[in-house]
Design a protein around this ligand. Sequence first.
Ligand code: M6R
Length: 584
Amino acid sequence: MCGIVGCALRRRASDIIYGGLKQLEYRGYDSAGIATLSKGQLSIVKRQGKVRMLESCVDDLSGNVGIGHTRWATHGKPSDVNAHPHSAGKFAIVHNGIIENFTELKQKYFPDVQFLSDTDSEIIVRLLDKFYEGGLLPALKKVASLLSGSYAIVVICTDYDGIAAVKYKSPVIVGRGADGNFAASDAPALAGLCREISVLEDGDFALIDCAGISVFDNDLNPVERKIRPNLATPANLELAGCPHYMLKEIRESPRAISNTCAVFHTAEGELKKICGGVNRVILTGCGTAYNSGLVAKRYIEQFARIPCEAEIAGEFRYKNPVIDENTLVVAISQSGETADTVEAARLAKNSKARVVAVTNAPYSQLTGIADVVIPVAAGPEICVAATKSYAGQIAALYLLSGVLSGRDLTESLLQIPALCAQTVENTDISAVADMCARSSGVYFLGRDIDFAVALEGSLKLKEVSYIPSEGYPAGELKHGTLALIDENAAAVVVITGERLAGKSKNAVEQVLSRKGKVAVITCLDGIANELKDRATIVKIPDCGEFLSPLISSVALQLIAYKVAVTLNRDPDKPRNLAKSVTVE
Ligand code: M6R
């Protein structure tokens, strides 16, 4: 959903804003813009395309105060005109979120006005212009009171030598730096600029000028917000010699697992308290986070024998779920800002359930809702496709299943980072990647825990390569999906447990007999030997059935990455997507 950055500096603002937008590009990259203020004059540049489209204009934008935006379109197609900032009268604004009542507001206040853009955001700047009577904060408060939906808004006004911000359900952080002061959607924008940041709360306003930052609550009373270290640094945002963040981050999976295990103790005491008497567990999240919940469901039912469901957060929040004070709801989110997951956690909290967050973002909205936070210590994940955070989530959830079952599972994880590193470095996936790149559709199959991993492998492949793909339980193939198999289709079959290996092998035979191509990801010598003449085999280290997702998923991520590169896709910024989905 869009990244925003604003600043009031003792030096030119445009290049700092440009640099901040580059760091926020994972939030959206279909258009970008910058507005600056110099001697009471606004200058605005906006372009369809990635942030780099602004590079040649940065030098033309003078002024020490400015705002910038990188967009992921919701209302209005990507275009120069729909790019932010939007302006009217003395104002320019950038917005992240969705204004759900923009049509009603337009009809009510501007029935005869032709808006310049098709966006929901333009209404904000029109309303500011309409209600402004010389006080920036009162005008912003009035406008905010009219808006429904979610918003992080940063404003410049020709009467004020600084920026103003307001937020509701979309993130804004503020920070003080050596050259001036800042607001942004997320910490990477301020890496190298601010060592410390504060996170605004819903309903907060901020006035930021070169001299300082003032934060106000919803009634415009001054408030203090906690100062926290900025964990994003130029060093941890570098590509470290890798051609893409996706590869760099896959390579960081072993560290994500070991670091997540190392910090688990910070949550353990509180978890033991909150887990007492739990008779049902619901794991919820979106995309990859949901897929890690599917793996963890298996852990919790196996080890703790507590009934457990994995629910897609965007469904869970609208289905009037049966939950009570003995239900443990575990909300899983790399960013901690995914709107559906945040709202699912809020619903659980309001229904008196016990709420645990599993997140890679320690200051996110989700952490503010949860009773206990289990940190995923994967470090900043920039690639839109989640990789190392999946590994961290599974490690964290595995240890949670230990708490729920009254067992310490830490030791069983000790060997995993090394095996994961071995998989990253030594697994040859080129033949499988080649097979996938030439296929009309790729079906990822597995049984039980391998099925959960198959779903994640399929999501990864379709996301970064745009090849149609589905994940299926291997046993379901003959109930419909087999109709899609022909000589142009491929199946990637994950087989990590002896228990169900024969069953999964049946699915391999079914695909082969319909002339489909097959690759098998396995740690089992028997399966590899039996199928090696008819399928492409990727051999992975054996670490037992339950922990195998931490290994097999890495092979599948490497396949997806290689296919994307082969097909000339940008694996870090797949078309139509953004990393933090902070709107519905
Ligand atoms: O930040 P979150 O973990 O809440 O994000 C959830 C999904 O949007 C995310 O996992 C998405 O599916 C990834 N792009 C998949 O690679």
